[in-house]
Design a protein around this ligand. Structure first.
Ligand code: NAD
Length: 347
């Protein structure tokens, strides 16, 4: 086979989008032929879950309301018992990556179809990927069966996102898009998603930070998150995601905050070696894209450096060596010295 043949696969089959879209979830379940619905809700989505349960009436058979980050298998086992006892035949997950992760874990074990209703910008709903934790060890698997068949994006559900999570979660989405743009194996479609996602985040995020209740800007940000999630699903992630996995896994750091503070540093490192991505991002940012993202990241009221997140300076060399020993595909060669320098700048 030729080495320049690209494969583009689309995952979520149906995407509904717009203010109030959550009211169409019962119709979506009807399309699926579901009569016994299990709701998986994040703590922040309890009220939305209750409203949906009322709308579903007897078709709602159970709610599991305690999803946990990184999908621990013991939590999945607990939810599986509930799903079995209730004889559920479909899942609706309302929440961020943690609720959607649990939905994926249940779907692959039972074959139940999923409707995902995301309330953050993390993008898990658009991917065929699941990271699960067992005995403190996180393992990531990829399988088309993980991808929810229907995704419902309702920007009204993001109005309650606190300012900090709005900012860091949107930059988490932007990181998926940026890495897709410098992936030399990505398809034309993924590049298009990457540009539109980056444009959406850079345009809408400042507006949302100034006016958190602006549903139109929230909708644009959510569209960007959808396309960024599609980038994560379809392109190969490079040094940025590798560093986030290595640091997040070793030190148990908050997912979105870590992505947000690393991104501009990795861009400064990579963009000189990725002129096509650099040119596209410069057009979108109307100037230096790394500077635009650093300026946004600095608007976070919480930790904006690895040191402030609690990473010991002494650990940076070891992380750099580990990453350089087995690097993800990346436009610029990854050496321990260069990565250590990058980490020191982020520290
Ligand atoms: P999360 O789902 O863990 O949610 C973080 C917190 O925010 C929770 O307390 C939640 O209740 C609250 N929250 C969510 N939406 C809210 C809203 N609209 N208003 C107020 N509070 C709200 O956070 P996340 O960043 O969305 O997801 C992180 C998890 O998802 C990690 O486990 C990560 O590994 C995973 N993830 C997986 C993929 C994938 O493709 N498999 C992609 C991205 C993230």
């Amino acid at each position: 086979m030729g080495t320049d043949i690209r494969v583009h696969q689309v995952y979520a089959g149906r995407v509904l989008q717009g203010p109030g879209a959550r009211s169409l979830v019962p119709d979506e379940l009807e399309r699926l032929g579901s009569e016994r619905v299990l709701l998986v809700t994040a703590p922040s989505s309890a009220e939305v879950g209750q409203d949906l349960a009322v709308a579903l009436g007897e078709r709602h058979v159970a709610t599991f309301a305690r999803p946990v980050q990184h999908t621990p298998v013991e939590v999945t086992a607990e939810a599986l018992v509930l799903a079995g006892e209730a004889r559920a035949d479909a899942i609706v997950a309302i929440g961020g990556g943690s609720a959607i992760g649990l939905s994926k874990a249940l779907a692959i074990r039972t074959g139940m179809p999923q409707v995902a209703v995301p309330t953050t910008y993390a993008g898990s709903e658009a991917t065929p990927v699941l990271g699960e934790t067992e005995n403190g060890v996180k393992t990531t698997r990829r399988d088309p069966a993980f991808a929810p068949g229907t995704v419902v994006y309702d920007p009204e559900l993001t109005l309650s996102l606190p300012r900090g999570l709005t900012l860091t979660s949107a930059l988490n989405a932007l990181a998926h898009a940026v890495e897709a743009l410098w992936d030399t194996g990505a398809s034309a479609a993924t590049r298009a998603y990457g540009v539109e996602a980056a444009d959406g985040v850079l345009t809408a995020l400042p507006t949302v930070l100034d006016r958190p209740s602006d549903v139109v800007a929230r909708g644009r940000l959510q569209e960007a998150a959808w396309l960024a999630g599609a980038c994560l699903a379809q392109a190969r992630m490079g040094l940025h995601h590798q560093l986030a996995h290595a640091l997040g896994g070793t030190f148990g750091l908050p997912h979105a905050e870590l992505h947000a503070l690393l991104l501009a540093h990795v861009m400064r490192f990579n963009l000189t070696a990725a002129p096509d991505a650099a040119a596209r991002l410069a057009r979108v940012a109307d100037g230096d894209p790394a500077l635009a993202i650093a300026t946004l990241a600095a608007r976070h009221d919480g930790p904006t450096s690895l040191g402030a997140l609690g990473v010991p300076r002494a650990a940076l060399r070891e992380v750099a060596e580990r990453v350089a020993a087995d690097p993800y595909p990346n436009p610029r060669p990854v050496t321990a010295d260069a990565v250590e320098e990058l980490l020191l700048a982020a520290w």
